[in-house]
Design a protein around this ligand. Structure first.
Ligand SMILES: C[S@@+](CC[C@H](N)C(=O)[O-])C[C@H]1O[C@@H](n2cnc3c(N)ncnc32)[C@H](O)[C@@H]1O
Length: 229
């Protein structure tokens, strides 16, 4: 079966002109469900390449990634509503795979970490099941989209279809699927591979659980030989 192309982190890090730029980070949380520190480095690079005016996140969880994007991406946007992030207000009737059930139950009704940020009013917290949520009023607005909610195939498929309709594909953009190649979510990996095989410009970032779709104007340079990442 055809797989998404591999991209080395150094290929992404070579892109753009933002070397040496400071950023704001937080000690990564030790529990499952969050991004790694290394994924956050790649996120910084993507923020600087895409310069998103609006961001959409499927799956808020504790709000750590929301806060990270907020603190580091706000400089590119004058939109009052900079990040939209969706999570469940109730797990009733939702099907889960792996440990998604436990993660979801843990955060229903919780106070999220982005609420600690002085920029918190720039976050729009949406509540509902992504399978049935009505996105019709916010289509074609988002330059950065993170798909990281329910990893069962039915939900990933629906979230991806909705992401394509939320996307501002006239601008530079990136879509990130988290948990690509996660052993609990083999259907997700096969689905993303199928999208790549059908012609979407999707790469697996080596050393991460991310598959990313880059808009075609983001040209990927050759890997630097002898660099370990
Ligand atoms: C892996 S966590 C998200 C992690 C977060 N993006 C981060 O980087 O910290 C997945 C989240 O998706 C939410 N979720 C699961 N099923 C969902 C659904 N059907 N609709 C909306 N959110 C869902 C869960 O409640 C959970 O908070």
């Amino acid at each position: 079966m055809k797989r998404a192309k591999k991209i080395r982190p150094n290929q992404i890090l070579q892109m753009g002109e933002d070397f040496g730029q400071p950023f704001t980070s937080f000690v990564p949380q030790p529990f499952s469900g969050s991004m790694t520190a290394f994924e956050y480095i790649i996120m910084i690079k993507i923020l600087n390449l895409v310069k998103p005016i609006k961001v959409f996140e499927f799956g808020t969880y504790m709000g750590n990634t929301t806060r990270f994007i907020l603190e580091n991406g706000l400089q590119f946007s004058e939109e009052k509503q900079f990040i939209y992030t969706l999570d469940l207000n109730d797990t009733e009737g939702v099907k889960f795979e792996g440990n998604d059930d436990a993660l979801a139950k843990k955060v229903v009704g919780t106070r999220r970490l982005y609420q600690e940020s002085s920029y918190r009013e720039r976050v729009v917290q949406l509540l509902g099941d992504s399978l049935t949520y009505d996105f019709s009023s916010i289509k074609h607005q988002f330059q950065l989209i993170l798909i990281d909610a329910n990893h069962a195939l039915e939900y990933v498929t629906k979230d991806t279809e909705n992401a394509f309709s939320l996307l501002d594909d006239k601008s530079t953009y990136t879509i990130i699927w988290d948990d690509y190649e996660h052993p609990s979510f083999t259907d997700l990996t096969a689905y993303v591979d199928e999208l790549a095989y059908k012609g979407r410009n999707i790469y697996h970032v080596e050393g991460t659980n991310w598959a990313i779709e880059l808009s075609r104007d983001l040209v990927v340079p050759p890997a630097i030989v002898g660099v370990s990442v």
